[in-house]
Design a protein around this ligand. Structure first.
Ligand SMILES: Cc1cc2nc3c(=O)[nH]c(=O)nc-3n(C[C@H](O)[C@H](O)[C@H](O)COP(=O)(O)OP(=O)(O)OC[C@H]3O[C@@H](n4cnc5c(N)ncnc54)[C@H](O)[C@@H]3O)c2cc1C
Length: 381
């Protein structure tokens, strides 16, 4: 039933097998423990780096694997169809791509090899208590003082927050500017005076993700950590890279739907009621037929997005469409999967239960789905 994406080839099939084996042996058995402790083990980042599974679309001259988005896609798919939502390599790759796209040559050599090896764990720190959808409200302030920036402020809801050792931090560098005045500063956090990780937040789902608050109290970072080397480009840099982030969120949605549907097919074939497998009831058959159709449409859509990304034509509007529609659809599909599992679908030990709870936030982060529709409507003219 599942279809092979047009962007797959023999090399990627072999790579997929290796990734799948790794996820099955080194991640799936640890997921319950990671969820209970609300973070993955730091060592898994190093293991992923050693395996060559990080920064796959970063050129090898910067220490990356030198592949392209297809390689990244394989890793997201193998994680997401198994419900491994705590290992936030998407955020890590987004961080690396910002450095690749906007960093100076020296900055690329400074950070990308260590992100690729897993020696650094990346996070993107934009959201603040008073600034989420409207990031112009960011209050975290960076003031240039000779050869350093002095940073004061706080961030909230930061994925990889407690483990991260490299933050891509959105700050105000020009407090007077009514529009703009924002910059991105790369902050290495290890042993950094004035930097503090606050609470790891108690969430509805994604229990293994260490979503955290971060505090900056007279933190000083070298001035050459300003991404790209010139102040005031933060908003422009973000606008350029958000489609990449939204593609990853959308792809995660499709992979989770595929994994959830597969688990539901197996479950309904094995579970009996009224003397027959529940998969044999006409309602179940029709529901499964509907789900299979929707998931196929989702797959065709995401494959088109991936093709456009590979051609360099993946635009902001299509990214917004993919993000809102695929994450909304993900939640509807997983809701049906839970229903077809009956009471077991409400139990955390079942994949569809964890996937359903994890899916809710997909409609919120990466730009809420309402903001996606705003962007699309603007493009309609
Ligand atoms: C688990 C999790 C992980 C996250 N990870 C990160 C991370 O790694 N880095 C990071 O920087 N942030 C992260 N976020 C933050 C996330 O991106 C924000 O929560 C999101 O952008 C929404 O901002 P907000 O929560 O302030 O909601 P608000 O902006 O206050 O929005 C509240 C509601 O109002 C709606 N709304 C707002 N503006 C409009 C409008 N113009 N038109 C219509 N409706 C509107 C929104 O759609 C939403 O429904 C994460 C959040 C969660 C929950």
């Amino acid at each position: 039933m599942s279809q092979t994406s047009p962007w797959m080839d023999d090399e990627l099939e072999t790579f997929r097998d290796t990734v799948a084996r790794f996820v099955e042996t080194e991640m799936v058995p640890n997921d319950a423990r990671w969820r209970a402790q609300h973070h993955v083990d730091r060592e898994i980042w190093k293991r992923m780096g050693e395996m060559g599974f990080l920064c796959l679309d970063i050129p090898d001259r910067y220490g990356g694997v030198g592949g392209d988005f297809r390689h990244e896609a394989v890793v997201y798919e193998e994680l997401c169809r198994r419900g491994i939502s705590g290992f936030a390599n998407g955020v890590h790759s987004i961080c690396a791509n910002y450095v690749l796209n906007h960093g100076t040559e020296e900055q690329k050599h400074r950070w990308l090899p260590r992100l690729a090896s897993g020696d650094l764990i990346g996070a993107i720190a934009m959201t603040e208590p008073a600034a989420g959808s409207d990031l112009r409200g960011v209050r975290t302030r960076a003031v240039r003082e000779g050869e350093v920036y002095r940073i004061n402020g706080s961030k909230i809801f930061i994925t990889n927050g407690s483990l991260a050792t490299l933050l891509m931090l959105l700050v105000k560098t020009d407090a007077e500017a009514r529009k703009g005045g924002m910059s991105l500063i790369m902050v290495e956090t290890e042993g950094l005076a004035g930097y503090r990780v606050g609470r790891v937040l108690d969430k509805m789902g994604m229990q293994a993700q260490d979503t955290a608050e971060l505090f900056f109290d007279d933190v000083r970072v070298p001035a050459d950590c300003l991404l790209g080397g010139a102040e005031g480009h933060g908003m422009h840099q973000m606008m350029a890279d958000l489609p990449y982030e939204r593609l990853i969120v959308a792809l995660a949605a499709v992979a989770a739907m595929e994994g959830g549907l597969e688990a539901t097919l197996a479950y309904t074939r094995g579970r009996k009621a009224f003397g027959q497998a529940i998969a044999e009831f006409q309602n179940t058959k029709f529901k499964l037929a509907e789900l299979a159709t929707v998931v196929k449409i989702a797959r065709v859509f995401i494959d088109d997005c991936i093709a456009k990304r590979l051609q360099g034509t993946f635009d902001t509007t299509t990214a917004a469409m993919a993000k809102w529609w695929l994450t909304d659809t993900q939640q509807k599909v997983l809701d049906e999967c839970v229903q077809l599992h009956g009471g077991y679908g409400y139990m955390n030990e079942y994949l569809v239960c964890r996937m359903f709870a994890d899916s809710r936030v997909q409609r919120i982060y990466g730009g809420t789905n309402e903001i996606m529709k705003e962007l699309i409507s603007r493009a309609l003219g």
